[in-house]
Design a protein around this ligand. Sequence first.
Ligand SMILES: *Cc1c(COP(=O)(O)O)cnc(C)c1O
Length: 397
Amino acid sequence: MSKPDERADRPLGVETRLVTSGRDTIAQKGFVNPPVVHGSTVLYPSAEDLLAHRGEYTYGRTGTPTTRALQDALIALEGPQCAGVGIAPSGVSAISTTLLAVLKSGDHILVCDNAYRPTRNFCNDMLKRYGVETTYFDPMIGKGIAEFFQPSTRAVIVEAPGSQSFEMPDIPAIAAIAHERGALVIDDNTWATALYHRSLDQGVDISIQAATKYIGGHSDIMFGTIAANEKAWPQLAQAIRLLGVCAGPDDVFLALRGLRTLSVRLAHHQRSALEMAQWLAQRPEILRVLHPGLETDPGHAIWKRDFTGSSGLFGVVLKPAPERAVHALLNTLTLFGMGYSWGGFESLVIPFDCSGYRTATKWAPGGPTLRFHIGLESVDDLKADLATGFAAFNAAC
Ligand SMILES: *Cc1c(COP(=O)(O)O)cnc(C)c1O
C-alpha cells in the first residue's frame, strides 16, 4: 500500500488526514496502529552514535514511535501553518509550559477575561511571582485591545468561546494588533478543536488544546497539545526540552486513538448540542442560551466567519430562581452527570458563576447559569430527562 499523501493530486481533506497521518505501516510491521512504546533508555549501535546522540530516537522523554505518530497526526490536523506540536500531560500543563516558554521577568501579558480559570490562576500566582504582569481585557473588545498594550507586552491569550461564558472574541482583529506590537497570540482552542477552528490560519501563533476533552473523547485521559507556527515553535520546543514535559505512553496512544474518530464524534456533538440549545431556548424556564452557533447569540457573526462548526458545550441562563430550585433540577437528572471537564461521550451539567473571578468585565447574566455538555446519547432521551428536571425546578420555585 503506497502512502496516501504521495498519491494525492490535490490536498487531502482534514477528515482523511486525521485517519491517514502518523501511520507508517512498514514500521508498524503491517499493523494499522503504532505500538505503545514504554521506554526510557534507547540503545545506540556504537560509541560514536552514543556520544553524538545520533539516532531517530535518543531518549524516552524526547520522543518514541508512539509520540511521533501522534505528533504527525496533530500536525496534519492543525494545518499548513503548524511547524510543530508539543504534547503535555494535561491541558493546564500545555498552558503553563507555553507561558513559561514565551515570557520572562519584566514582561506583560494580556489575557481575555473569559479565559479558563486555571489559566488565570497560573498568571496571577506563578507568573506574578516570576515578575510577569497580567492585564485582563473584555473578550468582546476587538480592535479596542490596542490601548492595553505596553512596550513590554509579549503575548495575548484568547479563548473562543470562553468555556463557561461563551463570548466570542474577534481573534483576527486581536492578532493583527498584537503582531503590530510584536506580541504573540496564544489561543486556547479546546472548544472547537482545530477541526472547526483553524486558529493557526487566523493569525494565532500558538494553539493549545486540552486534549483531555475532544481529542481523547472518552473521559479517560488527561492530555494537552501545543501547536505552534514557524515563529513560535523554536521557543516552545526548547521550553518543552528544558522543563522535561512529556506524557505517558498509554495516554499518548489513547489520544491518538481518539483523534482518529474526532470528526464523527464532533459532528454528532455539534448536531445534538444545537438541537438541545434550540429546544432549551423555547423553554419557559430559560432566559437565554449561550451558544455562538445560535443566530441570536452576540458572538454568532464572528463564529460564522471564523469557525466551520461548533461543539457540544454551551450554557444557559435560567430565569431568576432560588438555589433550591436549581438543585432540584440538577438532582433529578439521570442522563446528565454532574462533574467537571467535558468532551467525552457522555452528557454533563454543572452550575457555574463567573462573577467571583472576572476582573475586566462584570458577569451579571440575570439568573442562575448552567453549563451543558451534550454527549452522544439520543437527544429525545436528553430532552425527556431535562423536562423531568424542569418539572422539579418549577415545583421548587
Ligand atoms: C479542561 C480545560 C483546560 C485544561 O485541561 P486539563 O487537561 O483539565 O488540564 C484548559 N482549557 C480549557 C478551555 C478547558 O476546558
